[in-house]
Design a protein around this ligand. Structure first.
Ligand code: RP5
Length: 161
């Protein structure tokens, strides 16, 4: 069974990253959660990135704020798809520091960057990557999209009353 690794630079990122954990659990996808700091635990970053693909992990979600080097550095060493979540940390420049340092990767080393604090979409994107080769997960995504559509249609109907 496919597993998603969710890592973050600091425990202070957890309130944002919890959204990725929640949606993946809702989709019945196994998650592994850890704190890996590019600047404070560089040896752990190296070890995690070099070995994640050998432990049954299919997708990595990495969230960080400020000088957010974590997703890019993981992507530089791992063959797995990396989804980056820019976290608006307390000392950030309105979050632009996080967004740009995750988004502006050099050619050859992609990080699929979601919106600022967009951990829920990171979880959904990870599920969709798994769903491309896992029929059960694909069906779950199809149902989820039907629910989104039904909610919008219900709200629109409410306007007509
Ligand atoms: C980054 O610095 C973390 O990802 C976090 O978003 C930010 C602040 O970290 P703390 O000082 O709260 O540990 O490395």
């Amino acid at each position: 069974m496919s597993k998603v690794a969710i890592i973050m630079g600091s425990i202070s990122d957890m309130p944002v990253m919890q959204d990725a954990i929640d949606i993946l659990k809702q989709f019945n996808i196994e998650v592994e959660v850890d704190i890996v700091s590019a600047h404070r635990t560089p040896e752990k970053l190296f070890d995690f990135s070099k070995n994640a693909h050998t432990r049954g992990i299919s997708v990595i979600i990495a969230g960080a704020g400020g000088a957010a080097h974590l997703p890019g550095m993981v992507a530089s060493m791992s063959p797995l798809p990396v989804i980056g979540v820019p976290v608006k940390s307390s000392n950030s420049i309105d979050g632009w520091d996080s967004v740009l340092s995750i988004l502006q990767m050099p050619g050859g080393v992609p990080v699929a960057t979601v919106a600022l604090n967009g951990a829920k979409n990171a979880g959904i994107l990870a599920a969709q990557i798994i769903g491309s080769h896992d029929k059960i997960v694909l069906e779950t995504i199809i149902s989820y999209k039907e629910e989104l559509k039904a909610a919008v249609n219900k709200a629109a109907e409410g306007l007509k009353k």
